[in-house]
Write a protein that binds this ligand. Structure first.
Ligand code: NDP
Length: 502
């Protein structure tokens, strides 16, 4: 059984009340209603957000439209925008403990991990600031004496940004600074479960010098606030991270007015392991990949595809290490796995484990929830004997549940890896260069890790194949995603008339 860290009650902790940011002002929702967030690790209300409505979303979209069409932001120099983003990065760093605390209590993630995510987010803001100065188009001086072609990159306009609860600050940081770097204006809707750190980001951006209306933050539910952000004709682009189901709905909604859509959706990421791999390094990465963020991670390494010759030994070693993982109080600095986001989500995870058992899988470790007195927690779980057609091998469980499958030949491993609807990321473990590159080229995923797992950098694009999404975040092209190209076709000298040649 995993080591447990009993949650301590949050004493003298007053729930924090938040307003929404529309057109530079902190406002109440049109409905006057609010949403309460109960901390998943401590069973106490920690935040109250405004329950925004479609009317609030429309006000925010109108403010963003005005700021784009008439405001200074899209017309500033790249250097001016860059300096504001750099100031924002400094302010995020200065308030990192406060932001990490909010993410930890609202999402249930371990505080040490939340602090790490804040460090990563600061780096992304700085990287996007650098790109703001480098955004440029192309010129064609090769079209003959009479023509000069210039291809401009222009900010696409008003962008709706919709984010989930699993990495509240990190995911908004994978979108917003790039949209701002390009000169766009935005309406942001964080998850109704974890809105706190995004609202503090609003304070930071105003202090950094982002003009009113450029960043609007509307809290509330997906159907009430998110849906109008995907249909409104004044929105030019939607950038969404969340479930594949809502991603599909977002695309259908956006299709009505042919908005550009960028989607970062689910994953069921395989780690393919060959007998010649550094198995000690892999076992550690397997445990990290499965339980990091309690498995509530689109990148989770939830599907091990082990060579049959090593499967039993490696599974036993993973189970041994999994028992040492410290699960419990998100605010205890020693905790590695925190709480599950909601009681309903815990039920969904338990349902997948029960379904796998019914279908013939065995439980090599865990398999049930952990009663720690406060909050909701799930034991690290390993399912053995999983077959590729079982739901647990194909669908995103989004919990600390590892499925172990086996293979005999490289071709079979590739077939199993590709035989699902997702294609977000994958891992391959082997000391053989050819094996790593063969898997790297043949597995259909946006990222393939070789002898490592869930590494990343602001410079490296991230996103999925097939039903894992559309478009890429991060990397130097991320800013371009928030632009349109425009061709300036210029004529030089006398023009040949169409109806009467000179
Ligand atoms: P959702 O896809 O429902 O939520 C993501 C965001 O979309 C939230 O801000 C949500 O609002 C919003 N949203 C919901 N409905 C609509 C709508 N009709 N129009 C516009 N926006 C909407 O994910 P869940 O939080 O419900 O999680 C469900 C499953 O999704 C998880 O179990 C997991 O499998 C997967 N998931 C994947 C993530 C990833 O990183 N790829 C992240 C989170 C979840 P709100 O929730 O505030 O109502």
């Amino acid at each position: 059984m995993a080591v447990t860290v009993q949650p301590k009650a949050l004493q003298n902790h007053a729930a924090r009340d938040f307003r929404m940011l529309i057109d530079g002002a902190w406002v109440a929702s049109d409905s006057g209603a609010s949403l309460e967030r109960v901390a998943p690790g401590h069973s106490v209300t920690v935040s109250r957000y405004q329950a925004g409505t479609a009317k609030d979303a429309e006000r925010a979209i109108a403010a963003a439209r005005r700021a784009f069409d008439e405001g200074h932001w899209p017309r500033m120099t790249g250097a001016e925008r860059s300096n504001i983003l750099l100031k924002a990065a400094d302010l995020i760093a200065a308030r990192a403990d406060e932001l990490a605390f909010l993410d930890a209590i609202e999402s249930g993630k371990p505080i040490s991990q939340a602090k790490g995510e804040l460090g990563g987010a600061v780096d992304i803001w700085r990287y996007a600031a650098a790109l703001a100065r480098d955004l440029h188009g192309e010129s064609y001086n090769t079209l003959g004496d009479g023509t000069l072609g210039v291809v401009l990159r222009e900010a696409i306009g008003v962008v709706s940004i919709i984010t989930p609860w699993n990495f509240p600050f990190l995911i908004v940081s994978q979108k917003l600074p790039f949209a701002l770097a390009a000169g766009c204006t935005t309406v942001v809707k964080p998850s109704e479960l974890t809105s706190g750190s995004t609202l503090v980001l609003g304070e930071i951006l105003i202090e950094a010098g982002v003009p009113a209306g450029v960043v609007n933050i509307v809290t509330g539910t997906g159907p009430a606030v998110g849906a109008p952000m995907t249909t409104h004709p004044d929105v030019d682009m939607v950038s969404f991270t969340g479930s594949t189901g809502v991603g599909r709905l977002t695309m259908a909604n956006a299709a009505q007015t042919l908005k550009k859509v960028s989607l970062e959706l689910g994953g069921k990421n395989p780690q393919i392991v060959f007998p010649d791999a550094d198995l000690e390094a892999f076992v550690d990465a397997a445990v990290f990949g499965a339980y990091f963020n309690a498995g509530e991670c689109c990148n989770a390494g939830s599907r091990l595809i082990l060579h049959r010759g090593i499967a039993d030994d490696v599974t036993a070693r993973i189970a041994e290490l999994s028992k040492k993982v410290r699960v419990g109080d998100p605010l205890d600095p020693s905790t590695q796995v925190g709480a599950i986001i909601t009681p309903q989500h815990l039920e969904k995870i338990a349902g997948y484990v029960a379904g796998a058992q019914d279908a013939g899988a065995g439980i090599a470790l865990g398999g049930s929830q952990l009663d720690l007195g406060l909050g909701q927690f799930m034991a690290p779980t390993i399912l053995s004997g999983v077959k590729p057609d079982m739901a647990v091998a194909r669908e995103e469980v989004f919990g600390p549940v590892l499925s172990v499958l086996t293979f005999e030949t490289t071709e079979e491993a590739i077939r199993i890896a590709n035989a699902i609807d997702y294609g977000l990321s994958a891992g391959v473990w082997s000391r053989d260069f050819d094996t790593c590159l063969t898997i790297g080229r043949r597995v259909r995923a946006g990222t393939v890790w070789m002898n490592t797992f869930m590494d990343g950098a602001s410079e490296l694009p991230f996103g999925g194949y097939r039903q894992s999404g559309l478009g890429r975040e991060l990397g130097r092209h991320a800013v371009e995603d928030y632009t349109e190209t425009k061709t300036l076709n210029m004529h030089i000298g006398a023009r040949t008339n169409w109806w009467m040649p000179r």
